[in-house]
Design a protein around this ligand. Sequence first.
Ligand code: MG
Length: 262
Amino acid sequence: MIIVKSPREIELMREAGHVVALVFETLRPMLVPGVSTLELDQKAEEVIRSHDCLPTFKGYGGFPGAICISVNETLVHGIPSSKIILKEGDIVSLDVGATYHGYCGDACRTYPVGIISGAAERLVKTTKASFFEGASKIKKGVHLGDISHAIQVFNESRGYSLTTDYTGHGIGSHLHEDPSIPNVGKEGTGPVLQVGMCLAIEPMVAEGKPNVRILGDGWTAKMKDGKLSAHYENTVVVTEEGYEVLTKLKTQTISDLKENDY
Ligand code: MG
């Protein structure tokens, strides 16, 4: 069942989303060669807790980190570690969840470390653009499959592939709620969107084949072919005429997010 949120619930999610965005603002300047993903995780947790939030992912299904940090060919769910050190040319995705007074915000950005290859740059920017392509379909009365289809076509037409092993999701007082939001799909299929539904839309895009393998830690999902992958996500709420992004600084607009490089 897809839960429609009240204005009060959406306000709490806006607060959570603001703190998620603060984590991105804080970590972005730290993404330099030599920093470990554990150091990034510790800073993220500090920011989240100091703003009256809880790190949503910590302990979720036993996940050990405060956030997920996935480098290069790691698609999602990278566990922060003192042994994973960023180096020049890496791309690193920061997937951040914050819970404010029982309500969640969930978003992801993929950032460059120093100067990255043209191929990596194109992948990261296409992944982000595909989020906004999917989101542009959102409004009251539209089918969920329209969003999935738009994300799929945008990425595949640029030579990339999308795993079906992971999807976006509804979100609210729980991190993962109905509906599941695949990154591939058909127009005119799936649930019909209503005002107040909250969705975490998250294209996870592979440069090569879409197959992933899970490491022995039970979490880290890597591309089987070792090629690059990127991830971009926001929590949004459906409105009459479109959508509002909840995982942004309160001072930011959707245009600001689009105009940001990453
Ligand atoms: Mg998510």
